[in-house]
Structures are given as structure tokens and as C-alpha cells.
Design a protein around this ligand. Structure first.
Ligand SMILES: N[C@@H](CCC(=O)N[C@@H](CS)C(=O)NCC(=O)O)C(=O)O
Length: 216
């Protein structure tokens, strides 16, 4: 059984989708990041960086902790042999688009979100910088998807890891140019209509409501 520690955010969705896609049994543990539960000692023992998501794989009597969403998806892909080619150019391409998310999609959209929506002090330079960079990153993905259904050919961890931030970014930036990214819109629709993705998002939403009924 795999214990998954998460919350309803674009990063928190990724392992839920992957576990559903792989058909692996797991238990959801909600870590309320709005109340600081991610900095509690018991969670820091699982992720020293104090951020969701993280997993502990107890299969086979062991206790393997994995933190960082990219590492979690890679670990689960290697555990199951699913959603990442075992070798060759297709694997290299899938890893490229996976790490593109780790270094670009997540950080840029995350910072845009922070400065534009959450920061008490509105800093025009920071908002513009991260908005422009977010739109540029979304444009790179849109170009890539103009002549293919999925980022690395076959549906893979590259699609799973990019999905949450792209969906949230395209929605937040729709009036600032993201509406024109039609290949990306089609991909969001394609990935979002997969049964495992729908199930994952539904389960996470229910778990979030159960954990924080007042915010629902
Ligand atoms: N690079 C990390 C990012 C994780 C991350 O930023 N998680 C956020 C939620 S989306 C979090 O836990 N924030 C709470 C905090 O920073 O204290 C990953 O991909 O796992």
C-alpha cells in the first residue's frame, strides 16, 4: 500500500492522477498547507522541504519515502513499467518534457499565481515578469502539441506532470492571450477526459471537502 500525502493544488493532483492511471492501491492523507501542517515534524520526516506532495511506499514490507512530484512520478513509472518508455529516444523525450515542467511550467506559473493573486503587496514588475514567462512557457507547450496528441508522442508522465499547472494557467491567463493556445486547449480536454484523471480529481476534491468542510 502506498500512503500519499497531498492537498488540492496543481502539484498535489499529480500523484493522485498517476496512482489512478497505474491502478495502484493507495491511501490519501490530506496535509492542510493553509494551516502549516506541511512544516510539522512528522511530515518533515517524509519531505524535509516541507511541501506536498510526498509518498511512502510500504509495499513488500519496506518503507520508501519519495518527495518532489517529478521524483514521485518517475518512481511510480519505474515501479509499474507504465507511462514512461523503458529506454531509447522516446524515454529521453518524455523525461525532457517532464523536467520542463519541474523547471519551467510549475515554477513560473506558481510565481505568477503568487504575485498576481496572493501577495498582499502588488509588485507590477514581478507580476509582469512571471505573467510573460508563464505565457511564453505555455506557448512552448502549445507549439509542441500542434502536430501531436501528447507531449512525448504516447501519453506519459510528461502529460500527467504538466496537466495541473497548464489547466490552471490557461484558465487564469485566458484574457491575457492563453485563449489563443488552441493546441494546448485540445490537450487539456484530451487529458482531462481520461477516466483515471476524472476519478483522481473527484477523489481529491472529496478528500479536500472532508478535510476542510468550511472552505468548500
Ligand atoms: N517542486 C515541488 C513543489 C511542491 C510545492 O510547491 N507544493 C506546494 C503546494 S502546490 C506547497 O506545499 N506549499 C506549501 C509551502 O510552501 O509551505 C514538487 O513538485 O513537488
Amino acid at each position: 500500500m502506498i500512503d500519499l500525502y497531498t492537498w488540492q493544488t496543481p502539484n498535489g493532483e499529480k500523484p493522485v492522477i498517476m496512482l489512478e492511471e497505474c491502478g495502484l492501491p493507495y491511501e490519501l492523507h490530506m496535509i492542510d498547507i493553509s494551516s502549516g501542517a506541511q512544516k510539522a515534524p512528522d511530515f518533515l520526516a517524509i519531505n524535509p522541504n516541507g511541501k506536498i506532495p510526498a509518498i511512502v511506499d510500504r509495499d513488500g514490507g519496506g518503507e520508501q519515502r519519495v518527495f518532489e512530484s517529478g521524483a514521485i512520478l518517475l518512481y511510480l513509472a519505474e515501479k509499474t513499467g507504465l507511462f514512461l518508455p523503458a529506454s531509447g529516444p522516446a524515454r529521453v523525450e518524455a523525461l525532457g518534457w517532464t523536467f520542463f515542467q519541474v523547471g519551467n511550467t510549475g515554477p513560473m506559473l506558481g510565481q505568477w499565481h503568487h504575485f498576481a493573486m496572493f501577495a498582499d503587496e502588488k509588485i507590477p514588475y514581478a507580476i509582469k515578469r512571471y505573467r510573460d514567462e508563464s505565457l511564453r512557457v505555455l506557448g512552448v507547450l502549445d507549439d509542441r502539441l500542434k502536430d501531436r496528441d501528447y507531449l512525448a508522442g504516447e501519453y506519459s508522465i510528461a502529460d500527467i506532470i504538466n496537466f495541473g499547472w497548464v489547466r490552471s494557467g490557461v484558465s487564469g491567463l485566458k484574457d491575457e492571450g492563453a485563449r489563443d493556445l488552441t493546441a494546448l486547449m485540445g490537450w487539456i480536454e484530451r487529458v482531462g477526459s481520461r477516466p483515471a484523471v476524472k476519478t483522481a480529481l473527484k477523489k481529491l476534491d472529496q478528500a479536500q471537502r472532508d478535510a476542510k468542510p468550511d472552505a468548500a
